[in-house]
Design a protein. Structure first.
Length: 437
């Protein structure tokens, strides 16, 4: 008993290594595409540690890992890791390693990164883990759910676009095979995509400086530059009528624009964390926004000074939002591998859908609102009965990369899913009832 009391911290840190050993760090360079999926496997034991030892360095380690992986909040992760290190337990190589990775990803001063890596190597000289400097931000972090996207799929399922590191955007009309390119402008070279307009002609894109732009992909030119954001624009969405678009940035600010003129309609101090998802209702009046902390808000976009209502706190980065056709329900996808369906009026969570084994990147309602489709980094498209919350089908994609986006086709008989490798897959609806009618 005396031994256990004296060595409690060491034993708990050892348990932590086992608990968190299966957690793959997003953004890490892997030898094959098959192992590069951003999987989250924070087990139930990590929550147990928070309950039993909330003030322990092990609990701070768990909090840091959750901040890093579920919310992309590197600053908070660093704070928790440093609190754990300040306890005097500095020989835990996993803690030292993760601390060094976070410092490198958040572009901390070179001497701080060097010191953290040296401390890790000193405490674990035989480590076989990849060097913390082999992690990359923003790429391939952009190819992970909830992060900036280098690919975009039109809501009608017809058009797919991707952007290269040179700023050139390539697009393809999937039914006809027509292809085209958009030459990057001399100023504001785009490096990530935000979303298509409903008709597929216009595309929202952004660069690393905070600039956003509306591109006319058919005419190969910039229709409007959207100037105003001071931080990188992380999310964007056109309204269903195409007359309005919204953009959100790393500061949590949302700006609403007249997409016909490029004029700013309003600027909203919306979130205290980066905006990770935006979505309009079918009548284009209401806007849903979500952030990497898991907070979901609703806005009346027609008001001159919109006010928001908090729908929920999912406690994990929300990666996508989607309204049902009747505007009564809102579905959210998040990095904790869960899908949640909310009642818009009551703000109650109607369903929490479990089944995916990796972050969910996209959700879409069928035209009837009875069927919900979801795509995940686990390389599957799953279908759900919205009323019962029961799974009604699943399809594993043939490729080795997870789903980055999906939408129902115009006829509603298939779901079009795009993966992180740039491939597009038609997925037929399950033959269980008439969900798509």
């Amino acid at each position: 008993m005396l031994f256990l009391q004296q060595h409690r911290l060491i034993l708990l840190f050892s348990a932590m290594a086992i608990v968190l050993g299966g957690l793959e760090l997003s953004g890490q360079v892997q030898p094959t595409a098959a192992t590069s999926t951003d999987r989250i496997s924070l087990s139930e034991e990590s929550g147990l540690i928070l309950q039993l030892y909330p003030n322990s360095p092990e609990a701070d380690y768990v909090r840091g890992m959750r901040a890093r992986h579920l919310r992309f909040d590197l600053q908070v992760a660093r704070q928790h890791f440093e609190k754990a290190l300040a306890s005097g337990i500095k020989a835990h190589h996993s803690l030292m390693y993760d601390y060094a990775v976070v410092l490198f990803l958040m572009e901390a001063p070179q001497d701080e990164v060097d010191a953290a890596i040296d401390a890790w190597k000193k405490n674990d000289p035989a480590a076989g883990a990849a060097s913390p400097r082999s992690f990359h931000l923003p790429f391939p972090e952009w190819n992970k759910p909830g992060s900036l996207k280098v690919m975009s799929l039109c809501a009608n399922g017809r058009l797919f676009a991707s952007v290269t590191d040179t700023g050139e955007i390539s697009w393809i009309d999937l039914p006809t095979g027509e292809r085209g390119k958009v030459t990057p402008p001399k100023s504001g070279r785009p490096d990530h995509l935000l979303g298509f307009a409903p008709d597929g002609r216009f595309l929202l894109a952004a660069d690393a400086t905070g600039a956003a732009m509306i591109l006319d992909i058919r005419a190969n030119h910039v229709k409007h530059f959207l100037a105003g954001h001071k931080q990188v624009v992380t999310s964007g969405e056109f309204s269903p009528d195409g007359n309005t678009c919204a953009t959100g940035d790393l500061d949590g600010e949302i700006r609403i624009w007249n997409s016909q003129t490029g004029a700013q309609v309003s600027a909203l101090i919306a979130h205290s964390h980066p905006v990770s998802a935006l979505g309009f209702t079918r009548h284009s009046r209401m806007l849903a926004s979500a952030d990497r902390q898991g907070i979901i808000r609703l806005w009346d976009s027609y008001r001159s000074e919109p006010e928001s209502v908090v729908v929920a706190d999912c406690s994990a980065a929300v990666t996508a939002v989607a309204f049902s056709v009747d505007n009564r329900m809102l579905a959210t996808a998040s990095r904790d591998s869960l899908i949640r369906v909310f009642d818009i009026r009551s703000k109650d969570c109607l369903q929490t859908l479990e089944g995916h084994t990796a972050p969910v990147s996209s959700v879409a309602f069928s035209a009837s609102g009875r069927l919900l489709a979801s795509g995940s980094a686990d390389r599957t498209v799953r279908f759900w009965d919205v009323l019962s919350g029961e799974p009604v089908g699943a399809k594993s994609l043939s490729g080795e990369d997870g789903v980055c986006a999906l939408t129902f086709s115009e006829r509603g008989d298939v779901v079009i899913a795009a993966d992180f490798n740039g491939s597009v897959h038609p997925v037929r609806l399950p033959r269980t009832g008439t969900f798509n009618r």
